[in-house]
Design a protein around this ligand. Sequence first.
Ligand code: FPP
Length: 247
Amino acid sequence: MNKEELINKGIPKHVAIIMDGNGRWAKQKGEDRVFGHMNGVSSIRDVLKAAIELGVSYLTLYAFSTENWDRPKEEVDALMNLLVKSLLEEIEELNKNGVSLNAIGDLKQLPDNAQALLKKSIDLTKENKVITLSLALSYSARWEIMNATKKIAEKVKDGSVSPEGINEEMFSNELTTVGLPDPELLIRTSGEQRISNFLLWQLAYAEFYFTEELWPDFDKESFFKAIASYQVRERRFGKISEQIENE
Ligand code: FPP
């Protein structure tokens, strides 16, 4: 796929990805599920590079959902260790390449060492401008929406906001994605066609791209293909084609 051609056709600002299929990939190879997660980290590296090359400004990855805490303890521990190990190994390279690291989700649930390292890495890279890489960790959209609702309810209770004064912008500002534009494109690998409690509010107008490829097989070329597919879609935002053509 020609990179220049893709760039000329318009690149989404924000791409979100549900990285799925690590376990199945490992099983197909007769390996432990954790082997799949380890190889999933290389796909993250490839996709981040591809996103930078194309000029994507925000990349958000579903790395660990609230529901993932219910997996066997060994797998949860392995994922948390992999997070810490990957951060330690990659942070300098990320920083050198202008990546600003961000994390969304109920981060207080993470082990202390992961929380501390995330905070340090986010602080280190906060001035970087090439791309914002957001890791969704202990994230679920319903949790996030409930959380935002509680915060706004508190403001109504203390009288600083009236019920009529609640609007979409105020709501967005209470979500963990505050400051990020809504994703224009959601990619999910491994053939599953579900949203799985990811960015329910933010994906209201996103295009969805599903591929059979398992996450550890997803590479730069796969990402380019997803972008090319997005580029031939017509985004109408509830309007009709003629209105969009005349804009
Ligand atoms: C989905 O595959 C993947 C995950 C639940 C975790 C994604 C994690 C990585 C790519 C590695 C990096 C990890 C961190 C925490 C930064 P699955 O296990 O659901 O696969 P399956 O559907 O085939 O079982």
